[in-house]
Design a protein around this ligand. Sequence first.
Ligand code: KIV
Ligand code: ZN
Length: 526
Amino acid sequence: MEPTRILIFDTTLRDGEQSPGASLNVHEKLEIAHQLAKLNVDIIEAGFPISSPAQFEAVRRIAEEVNCIIAALARANEKDIKAAADALLPAPRKRIHTFASTSDYHILGKFGHEKYGRSLEEKRKTILKMSIDAVTYAKTFTDDVEFSAEDAGRTDIGYLSEVIEAAIEAGATTVNIPDTTGYTLPFEFGNKIAELKKRVKNIDKAIISVHCHNDLGLAVANSLSAILNGARQVECTINGIGERAGNASLEEIVMILNVRKDLLNYYTNINTREIYNTSKMVSAFTGLLVQRNKAIVGENAFAHESGIHQDGVLKNRETYEIMTPESVGIPKNKIVLGRHSGRHGLKVRLQELGYTVNDEELQKVYDAFIELADKKKEVFDDDLRMLMGDEIQKREEIYELDYLHVNAGTNLVPNAVVRIKVGDKIIEESATGDGPVDAVFNSIERALSIKSELESYQVRSVTAGREAMGEVIVRIRSGGKSFTGRGISTDIIEASAKSYLNALNQKELYFKEEPLNKKEQISEVI
Ligand code: KIV
Ligand code: ZN
């Protein structure tokens, strides 16, 4: 029997970006979207346009530039759907993805107001009508409309079937069954899909999609169980990032179907050799590190430590390997550039890593590359990824580090002097601290007359060796919201200063936007 195609709906740029602390700017989203197109995903969910001007702009730019079906999220109301349609306007292939809550938990929690009805029964009727109206309105902009029944995992099957049938009747071409809270078990979720296939009369007129969260670590298993029971689209993210514990990981679903073809008669159109580059790019831009032992893309996924394993793999790879590193795009040999590498060589390598750079950008990255190559002889792929991240961040800088001097040592009170560029102005300040990083952060706060709470501080070396670049990722809390900043340098104190300023830049950009950008308002309905 011919294998059945499973569509891959990537939501890294929407649900993935809802990961605590991860926020991507428009340029980063564009780079990732181009890379997702190279990976050959079927649909890219580019964002939630009504939620902020920056989200709107990112969806519009992706719709303009990226060759793929581009989806935008909208709640089941006209304002959201119109914003999604406007942002998607330039896309030759577009999808409006609208959703309404269907579980009793959500209905009673989010639609508690009397205007939605007095009893649960009345509220359910209101939501059914909202869903039909939303799909009907979305259809006036595009034929390709997806409807999601939020928290379907915990929704009563009778009501769920009614809503799904009505959404298809109104024109939904894809119906999505999210396990929003990651609560269900694989056999239970699979049964839900099988039951929907039985109960919903017009189910053959739409593609069944699933969208699983990973709160119990079952997102991939639940998605797989859904496929076995009739789902033909899976919503997932690179590295499994997403709200709370994340979403189903794209690379795991794809490689399960790929490696276990013997038992699973399904295929995706994913170009698996682009998995590694995509994973690296998403990690570098979001600042969300991939755990070492993560399946498929973790540092250790193909590392054989014990003597017995190494010996076995050397004799025959298949002894301990069920897939090759090359099949997911992990290069066989490390490619190293150095100070004698030219602009052309750098451009080619960046393209191979998935980045698109114009001449002006290339010149900037090249200058940074030469500066780095002077400090450390060998420049690895991960160094280049960091330089690209740094270069992209600089495009949206309000505060820029101009100069830093730190005095620290045994029996010394650490002291830092910083000079920060703010537009045409230069501000200089100094401060002491409990350690050199504390002194730097205190001097930045003094210079900018701000105070924020440091939620987390992480430092790691990007590549091996004493002269390796250090990456610092900080998360700060200010104005009721968290912001993540990244900084890189061969000097980790300088990287710390850069990361703190980067987090402050993110904060400034966020609060410059409309009040609607307030995540509190969005979380009310997601
Ligand atoms: O988890 C969820 O239910 C969602 C929907 C908006 C699809 O992200
Ligand atoms: Zn979700």
